[in-house]
Each structure stands twice: as C-alpha cells, then as structure tokens.
Design a protein around this ligand. Structure first.
Ligand code: AMP
Ligand code: ZN
Length: 134
C-alpha cells in the first residue's frame, strides 16, 4: 500500500533490523523499544488491522510470534514476554499495517500493566448479554 511505512520496510525502501523473514511474514526490531529486543511481527501483505487480516494469515503470524518469543526470551535471558496488538487509533494503533508486538520482560523493568477495576452493579450481566457467543 502507498505510503505505508511497514510496506516500505517489507519491500526494502525503508531500513529495519530484521529478526526473521519468510515468504509471508517479516519481523524486525521496534525502533523505540519498551525493552531491548522489542520486536514487531507483520504479514508482508498489507492489511490494516486484526479485523481485516484473513484467518490463514493470522495463523501464520501467531505461530511466528510464538517461535520468536521463545527464542527472544532465551537469548536475551528475559523473565517473560508480553504479546500486544493495538487495533484502531483509540487503542493506540499508530501504524495501520497489522502488527504484533513481542515485548521481552525483566523482573525489575519499568513497564506496568494497565489497572483494572471491578464491574459496577449489573454491569457484568449487561455486558455479557451484548457480547456472549458471537
Ligand atoms: P502501534 O502503536 O501498535 O501502531 O505500534 C507502532 C510501533 O512501530 C511503535 O512501537 C513504534 O515505535 C514502531 N515504529 C515506528 N517506526 C518504526 C520503524 N521505522 N522501524 C521500526 N519500528 C517502528
Ligand atoms: Zn502496509
């Protein structure tokens, strides 16, 4: 797709530190890592986000994420791994080419999970009526 940075990385017009590449999938270092080794895994073909990406492609994407996560955890002596995917700008998506973040975690790192709060009265029941079994 024209003007998409991750398409440019895929076709070599923009530079990247490649972690992994095959026919369909590319992985490279995030340029502003949360922790060292923070890696982005993308389909080479342009899809905007999760909703637009065919299941077959998502299957390859997540299998690659698993393989690379195991390798990154071992080689960087990480204590854990977070997998993240932002979809839509309201959820923090900045680059509109499907990508999954692999973030190596270390016991004493500064990265915090977001804080949860319990449901208010009836809220869980009302929510489940809307979203169950879709
Ligand atoms: P998201 O907010 O999920 O759309 O994430 C986009 C990610 O792309 C951010 O974490 C950026 O640091 C990263 N990023 C932006 N430009 C580049 C680039 N040229 N090479 C590698 N990563 C990039
Ligand atoms: Zn693209």
């Amino acid at each position: 797709m024209n003007n998409c940075l991750f398409c440019k990385i895929t076709n070599g017009e923009a530079p990247s530190y490649k972690v992994y590449e095959d026919e369909d999938i590319l992985a490279f270092l995030d340029i502003n890592p949360v922790n060292i080794g923070h890696t982005l895994v993308i389909p080479k073909k342009h899809y905007e986000n999760l909703y637009e990406t065919p299941n077959e492609v998502l299957g390859k994407l997540i299998s690659t994420v698993k393989k690379l996560s195991i390798n990154i955890k071992e080689k960087l002596n990480a204590d854990g791994i977070n997998i993240m995917m932002n979809n839509d700008s309201s959820a923090g998506q900045v680059i509109f080419h499907t990508h999954i973040h692999i973030v190596p975690r270390f016991r004493e790192d500064r990265f915090k999970h977001w804080k949860g709060e319990p449901y208010k009265e009836r809220e869980a029941e009302e929510t489940i009526e809307k979203i169950k079994n879709q």
